[in-house]
Design a protein around this ligand. Structure first.
Ligand code: MLT
Length: 208
């Protein structure tokens, strides 16, 4: 772990030619949570994993919420920009290329906010149990940016409609969106891991 950049984070080296992953944990997680998942789906990739700076009853998150499912959208905008600045600085610091985000729950929502507000800092995104984090999303140029959204049909926290709205907005901005709804809840399943891995491999092939 290093604290020389503006977020507490963990960085795991990878192969120079592998696309880095930006790992974004869910509420109550930290920079260690998604490292095993990142390694499983991208064995050779550099992994950059920040810890959310917002604390909710002591639990780290990436932005404030007013209640479950009710986001403080000013904070979403502020924190997405702050995180994007960190990602750009960390990429320069570690000498890695623009990452693909792998976010779960609150981490997927901040990744979605970065796609909409700072599309320059991400090469794509895998959004696990995400929703649209801004009610009035700005128009962003996401032409050709690959995005995988995996939702849970029985997710009590993130409605399939919220994920569908997110998919529509990203598609309207030009992103190449694949949205699948799995027979699971808010928790991740083996299907999430397999689909994320396959998606990443096919995008690596098409971008090389
Ligand atoms: C959020 O706050 O981003 C979502 O409600 C998911 C979560 O509980 O983190």
């Amino acid at each position: 772990m290093s604290e020389t950049l503006s977020f507490i984070h963990r960085f795991e080296k990878g192969a120079a030619d592998a696309r880095p992953l930006l790992l974004l944990h869910g509420t109550g997680g930290d920079e260690n949570d998604l490292v095993p998942l990142g390694r499983t789906i991208a064995p050779d990739a550099p992994l950059l994993s920040p810890r959310g700076k917002v604390l909710e009853n002591g639990m780290p998150r990436f932005f404030r919420r007013l209640a479950e499912g009710v986001f403080d959208e000013d904070d979403v905008r502020h924190r997405a920009n702050e995180l994007a600045d960190f990602v750009a600085a960390a990429c320069a610091h570690f000498g890695i290329s623009t990452p693909v985000a792998l976010g779960y729950s609150n981490g997927a929502n901040i990744a979605a906010a970065m796609l909409l507000l700072r599309p320059d800092v991400l090469a794509g995104a895998i959004l696990l149990r995400a929703t649209l984090p801004l009610s009035q999303p700005p128009a962003a140029d996401l032409t050709g940016v690959p995005v995988l959204i995996l939702s849970g049909a029985h997710d009590p926290m993130m409605s399939p409609q919220g994920a569908a709205r997110l998919a529509t907005v990203l598609q309207q901005d030009g992103a190449a969106v694949e949205h699948r709804t799995l027979p699971s809840g808010h928790e991740l399943s083996q299907a999430d891991i397999s689909l994320a891995k396959q998606w990443l491999q096919s995008n690596e092939r098409s971008s090389s």
